[in-house]
Design a protein around this ligand. Structure first.
Ligand code: GSH
Length: 220
């Protein structure tokens, strides 16, 4: 059976978790304690970059959440979550990459910087730009690139749904707000929802990782 290494507080792992559940794929969940399990020798053999999520299936080990989503789509094509029409596919990929490259780093800034710092204010503006851009992409469709759930909704949803906890009011972006409500009504989104305590744990972990990264950079 497909093995899935994860932790509920990890947004990257939640992308895979949601896709497995939305597609109704049987899997064996392997819970990782991120206080050290990821650095154990056994796990480093599976992922030398000490990250979750990881999927192991049919003798193949797959790391990187976006690669895992593509694998799941190709191997379990129903329900389809990746449109093939060129414009729709471009929208899905844009949303996935903008989430990873533009939105997520700014979520980290909102968590790690104080609310009156210039970095925080700049990050807040950048998030506004992302949400305006997402509003345009969503246009009149129910989901990104389709009227059915796509892999873009999975990736953007796991990040955008954190924003209200970080002081960003989604009702300032009506289409995004309606889309987020639509996601939260889906049973598997409710099932994998992070608790307030887990969100606090996630924030603590982000702050530690930012400190470690700064320490590493100052040594170089
Ligand atoms: N680009 C990777 C990022 C994975 C990642 O950063 N995972 C975090 C949890 S969200 C992790 O495993 N952190 C533990 C560590 O870095 O030691 C992906 O998309 O899968």
């Amino acid at each position: 059976m497909l093995q899935f290494y994860y932790n509920p507080i990890s947004p990257n792992a939640r992308r895979v978790w949601l896709t497995l559940l939305e597609k109704g794929i049987d899997f064996e969940p392997i819970l990782m304690n991120l206080d050290g399990d990821q650095l154990q020798e056994n796990f480093l053999k599976i992922n030398p970059f000490h990250h979750i999520p990881v999927v192991v299936n049919d003798g193949l080990r797959i790391v990187e959440s976006l690669a895992i989503l593509d694998y799941l789509e190709a191997k379990y094509p129903q329900p389809a979550m990746l449109p093939s029409e060129p414009q729709a596919l471009a929208k899905v990929r844009m949303v996935q990459h903008i989430t990873a490259n533009e939105l997520f780093p700014k979520i980290v800034t909102l968590i790690s910087e104080s609310a009156d710092s210039p970095q925080f204010l700049k990050a807040r503006e950048h998030i506004d730009t992302v949400l305006q851009f997402f509003t345009e992409i969503l246009s009149t469709s129910q989901y990104f690139g389709s009227d059915e759930l796509t892999l873009a909704d999975i990736v953007a949803g796991t990040a955008v749904l954190y924003l209200p906890n970080l002081g960003v009011n989604l009702s300032d972006y009506p289409k995004i707000y309606e889309w987020s409500e639509r996601l939260m009504q889906r049973p598997v989104w409710e099932k994998t929802k992070i608790s307030p305590e887990d969100f606090e744990q996630f924030k603590r972990r982000v702050k530690i990782l930012v400190k470690l990264r700064l320490r590493e950079l100052s040594r170089k």
